[in-house]
Design a binder for this molecule. Structure first.
Ligand code: MG
Length: 320
């Protein structure tokens, strides 16, 4: 090839790799679970990384098409999470149509922008009948898209594992009527921290199920990682669908060292993680300031420490 041809070739190659990079679903396709790992359609182990929107009923303004694209392009997210508040005001139970509209704006944009999207039933209590109606609708509508991941119960507070397990089996059966294969994330007691109990009594008979492990690094430290180790050793696939660096209240200073220990642990175990949250409340875990536009385009002046740090971590692992 002549130098000019080589140059053109290199430019096309760079654009091609760049496009693939920012189009994770085109690159990895349909996901499944193999042993304790999430694998892509080529059977390669894949680790998704990204952010969760805050409760849609408290921060509806960020639930739009443009913010998804920004999180993909600037934050290098390969997955995002739409946290549909089930209660209280303006949650799914009181405003189902408006709630679905918000969630679907983000889901549709994730499909259009080619990133994975978690549809999260953001609740602390079992609401079986309502959840069945919602996930039936979601599975019918979105089950054919490889982008979709279902999270059927964010954080049980007071339910026992037996109660959560019974609920989860009902929900898995409900989703599987219309979607035979997409990943389903299952929560567990005490804000999705009892993975050691799950490990001794897992759900049997279904494929492409993973269990969630949530941490707030200044509260949950080595002892929770040890529960994670125990679960992984017993063959339980884990997905950190919610996490952050401060106290479990979402407030207080960020504990960078402990957060980094979690990041190292997740990377060593190829556990996917999602950081909480895209919202603008006056609290440490809200990643944005009130000056931040609803549609993205955020500068460092629009982001709080947790946003700056999360973006930095995501970009670093993406090689940006
Ligand atoms: Mg499917």
């Amino acid at each position: 090839m002549k130098p000019k041809q080589i140059l053109v070739f290199l430019i096309i190659l760079t654009i091609g790799v760049g496009a693939l990079y920012s189009q994770p679903v085109k690159k990895h396709g349909k996901l499944s679970v193999k042993g304790i790992n999430l694998v892509d359609e080529n059977n390669e182990v894949i680790m998704l990384q990204g952010v969760s929107y805050g409760w849609h009923n408290f921060w509806p303004r960020f639930y739009n098409k443009e913010s998804v694209k920004w999180l993909r392009d600037d934050w290098a997210c390969t997955v995002i999470r739409a946290a549909m508040g089930v209660e209280p005001n303006k949650g799914y139970i009181s405003s189902p149509d408006w709630s679905k509209e918000k969630i679907e704006a983000v889901v549709n944009s994730a499909i259009e922008n080619d990133i994975y999207i978690i549809i999260d039933w953001h609740s602390h209590h079992i609401k079986l009948e309502e959840a069945k109606i919602f996930f039936t609708e979601m599975a019918k509508k979105y089950g054919k898209y490889p982008h979709i991941i279902y999270e059927i119960y964010n954080e049980p507070e007071r339910d026992t594992w037996q109660q959560v397990k019974d609920y989860s089996i009902e929900m898995i059966k409900t989703i599987r009527q219309y979607d035979p294969d997409n990943i389903i994330l299952v929560g567990n007691p005490h804000w999705s921290q009892d993975v050691h109990i799950v490990a001794d009594d897992p759900i049997e008979g279904f494929e492409n199920i993973m269990y969630t492990l949530h941490f707030y690094a200044d509260t949950h430290k080595q002892s929770l990682r040890e529960r994670g180790d125990y679960a992984l050793k017993k063959g339980i696939p884990l997905f950190v669908s919610e996490s952050a660096g401060m106290l479990h209240t979402g407030d207080g200073p960020i504990n960078i060292e402990e957060w980094q220990r979690w990041i190292d642990w997740m990377r060593a175990n190829k556990v996917s993680w999602v950081s909480w949250s895209v919202s603008d409340k006056d609290e440490t875990c809200s990643m944005l300031k009130q000056s931040a536009a609803s549609e993205g385009g955020w500068t460092e002046n629009d982001m709080k420490e947790s946003g700056i740090k999360t973006r930095e971590l995501l970009r670093k692992f993406a090689g940006k």
